[in-house]
Design a protein around this ligand. Structure first.
Ligand code: HEM
Ligand SMILES: [Ca+2]
Length: 732
């Protein structure tokens, strides 16, 4: 029963690294014949040396892929500044911690893939492999065995501690009483599924200080048992098994093994452009929705060391040939007969995979995408999700945030970014381009407007507090003002925005109804992390309510001017063209109705997204569909079941939730009812009573907002906690 690692041979390269296989020289060194390993029988746990070897080779493979990506950019395969594809990256570089986590996760994914190929040579199929792996993982996760050691040290450290902790400042747990013996050789245990090598992938360790009246900036230490929950950089949580073709990371295919329907075709056939306005909801409702989205979730795309990744020829005429294609590319191809793009000769839309991250315990397994902002509804777009940025945004006096003044304007504006031309699409160097706690800030003028209102609100509250408490420090004023502004955001969201959009009755049903009293709903068992299918599918349905135009109204509302959305992406100068402009935008967004929430979508976002100076842009709906696949989001049918509906065995079984004409369209486009993407199937459902969503998307959205509230120890209406608001803070 001996086997060797020769299974890692040339013919398997294309499966692990299809793109690298084209440049074989890179791989020759990686897969030299290796020494022999033995296993006793097929069902025994995986021998640790095999795991170690797969990890080593996976690491090399992932590093070779990253090197190749950089070389491609060095050879000129790169995106033009201010092109639609480049603007979609929001920022050309990612923070180093995000890059590092992404690199490690690719090493883990490649190792998992190699291991899968090894294990599949016996009775185990690729599909049973991941559940097998999970079982191994579970075994390792139980009991005290896997709790990572957390040691907190106080700053005064003149003397040794009694138990040996805090001697080494980087590793305060080294040498402590109760430490495991160290090894100088690999143990002969058959359990090595976790990547224990500290330098390679550290299980997440978070240290919390005792004083915790205020939230941390990065979301850590909210949950005292699991201080890592909800933090910036956490993996998204899943409520369904992912739909990857190989169970690990490969893009999903149809049940038949053929390609799933083309996302652009689904977008044009099912989400056509019909300007129907909502009868009740204003455009501010849309804007608030996007703002809280940015508070809860930000999945970023992979980049190279040198910037964004190019997947299509510069003019979109085709996909790049495979020898120039980065392995993180998943471009959307455009069919020849596309009504819009064919006029511009476009056959390829740039699209890149989301950054993945290791699981908190570094275990092997399928891909998890990273949320680069805090999962809590905590004003992170205003304050930032990391300490460095948060600090850059503060004025360091009176608890205020930095703001800039403008001639003839009473109120302040957001500060300016230093690299304006890199992140905005500007016509003149005097055009504004703002810095805030979130890099998506400049996407539209109305988003920047809401950010500005909240910045002004923070400074207004800080000034009021400072008048009332002249002895408070800058830090105290900042934290107290931040606490109040976060409470306002939570209150508006739960008390007003959710009921108006999703129906009071349903909020009661899902136990997230607003309340005017203190609550004691906090539950330390609820993980507030963002559910992958919420960000990558369900909440994106609200893209259908975006209007074609931004409206501005002069004071007195005696006129209304419309500005095409596609002329204003990444250029917020509409807010500053005259001293009255900002207020005109505020009046306009309140007076204008948002789009109806139905599967009709503005061409401004399905043909012209981030168009800048070009004649064509990207398609947001095609992106939403492709993103769901990139994240391995389970199918619509799986989610029907999870949300309590009958699983459909044929298209006609959808009739209770989806109107007949849409069933016909789905049947025309998809081969099998099990293939329907969650975003698409969910969007086709009839609204449930009082909501703008159908049953399945509503169920995911409601689950998320339940977790966001009940899993947040600092939620503003929690009573009887050390950090709770006192009653009547503002009473005279
Ligand atoms: C003019 C308005 C808007 C524009 C231009 C816009 C554009 C975008 C873009 C470009 C993405 C990233 C797509 C990707 O790479 O996968 C995105 C993601 C998303 N959008 Fe919007 N959006 C807008 C409004 C909204 C609104 C109103 C909502 C919901 C209320 C929303 C919810 C989302 C969600 C949940 C994501 C995923 C976020 C993430 O995972 O990072 N968006 N949007
Ligand atoms: Ca947040």
């Amino acid at each position: 029963c001996c086997f060797d690692l020769d299974f890692l041979t040339d013919d398997l390269f294309p499966e692990v690294a299809p793109i690298l296989a084209n440049t074989k020289t890179l791989l020759e060194d990686l897969f030299k014949p290796s020494k022999k390993y033995c296993v006793e029988h097929e069902e025994s746990p995986i021998p640790s040396d095999v795991v170690a070897e797969c990890i080593r080779r996976g690491r090399e493979l992932a590093r070779a892929a990253a090197r190749r990506g950089n070389e491609l950019v060095g050879n000129g395969v790169s995106l033009e500044d201010a092109s639609p594809a480049m603007l979609h990256f929001f920022s050309a570089s990612l923070p180093s911690e995000v890059r590092k986590a992404s690199d490690t996760s690719h090493e883990i994914l490649s190792a998992t893939k190699l291991l899968q190929m090894k294990m599949s040579t016996g009775s185990r199929t690729p599909n049973t492999f991941t559940s097998f792996l999970e079982h191994q993982g579970l075994r390792l996760k139980d009991a005290a065995y896997c709790k990572s050691v957390k040691v907190c040290c106080s700053s005064s450290n003149k003397y040794r501690t009694i138990d040996g902790t805090c001697n080494n400042e980087e590793h305060p747990e080294w040498g402590r009483r109760g430490a495991p013996f160290t090894r100088i050789a690999t143990p002969r245990y058959a359990d090595g599924l976790r990547l224990k090598d500290a330098a390679y992938c550290k299980s997440v360790k978070v240290c919390c200080s005792g004083s915790n009246k205020y939230r941390t900036i990065d979301g850590t230490c909210n949950n005292e048992e699991h201080p890592e929950w909800g933090r910036r950089g956490a993996p998204f949580t899943r409520i369904a098994t992912p739909r990857y073709t190989d169970g690990i990371y490969a893009m999903p295919v149809a049940t038949s093994g053929r390609q799933l329907p083309n996302p652009r075709v689904l977008s044009t056939r099912l989400f056509s452009d019909q300007p129907i306005g909502s009868r009740v909801l204003s455009n501010m409702n849309m804007q608030w929705g996007q703002f809280i989205t940015h508070d809860l979730v930000f999945q970023v795309m992979e980049v190279t060391d040198k910037g964004g990744i190019q997947c299509c020829l510069g003019d979109g005429a085709d996909v790049l040939p495979s020898e120039w294609l980065n392995d993180k590319c998943i471009p959307i191809s455009v069919p020849e007969d596309d009504q819009f793009y064919r006029c511009h000769g476009v056959k390829c839309l740039n699209f890149v995979r989301s950054v993945t991250t290791p699981r908190d315990d570094c275990s092997l397994g399928h891909a998890e995408q990273m949320n680069t902002v805090t999962s809590y509804l905590d004003g992170s777009p205003i304050y930032g999700s990391d300490k460095k940025l948060a600090s850059k945004l503060r004025s360091r006096s009176g608890g205020r945030l930095r703001q800039e003044s403008r001639k003839d304007c009473l109120r302040g504006f957001l500060p300016s970014v230093s690299d304006k031309f890199a992140v905005c699409d500007l016509r003149n160097s005097s055009d504004p381009c703002y810095l805030a706690g979130d890099t998506r800030i400049n996407q539209t003028p109305t988003l920047a407007m809401l950010h500005t209102l909240l910045l002004r609100e923070h400074n207004r509250v800080a000034d009021t507090l400072s008048d009332l408490n002249p002895l408070w420090s800058d830090e105290k004023l900042y934290q107290e003002a931040r606490r109040i502004v976060i409470a306002e955001i939570q209150h508006i969201t739960y008390q007003e925005w959710l009921p108006v959009n999703f129906g009071e009755q349903y909020l009661r049903y899902y136990r997230i109804s607003p309340s005017t009293l203190y609550t004691r709903d906090y539950s330390a068992d609820v993980n507030p992390g963002v559910i992958n299918s919420f960000g990558a599918a369900a909440f994106r349905f609200l893209h259908t309510v975006i209007s074609d135009n931004i409206m501005t109204c002069p004071s007195g509302y005696n006129a209304a001017y419309l500005h095409r959305l596609s002329d204003h992406y990444f250029n917020p100068s509409l807010l500053e063209s005259t001293p009255d402009s900002f207020d005109d935008v505020v009046r306009g967004i309140i007076a204008q109705n948002e789009g109806e929430s139905d599967p009709y979508c503005s061409g401004e976002i399905t043909n012209l997204l981030f168009k800048s100076h070009n004649r064509w842009g990207m398609d947001l709906i095609a992106m939403d569909i492709q993103r769901g696949r990139d994240h391995g989001i389970a199918s619509y049918n799986d989610y029907r079941e999870i949300c309590g509906l009958q699983r459909a065995r044929c298209f006609q079984d959808l009739a209770n939730e989806i109107p007949q004409d849409r069933i016909n369209a789905l049947q025309y486009l998809y081969e099998c009812v099990d293939d329907i993407d969650l975003f698409v199937g969910g969007a086709m459902e009839r609204d449930v009573h009082g909501s703008i969503l159908g049953h399945t998307l509503q169920c995911i959205v409601a689950e998320q907002f339940y977790r966001t509230r009940v899993g947040d120890r600092y939620f503003y209406d929690n009573g009887e906690m050390p950090h709770s608001f006192t009653n009547g803070l503002y009473s005279p």
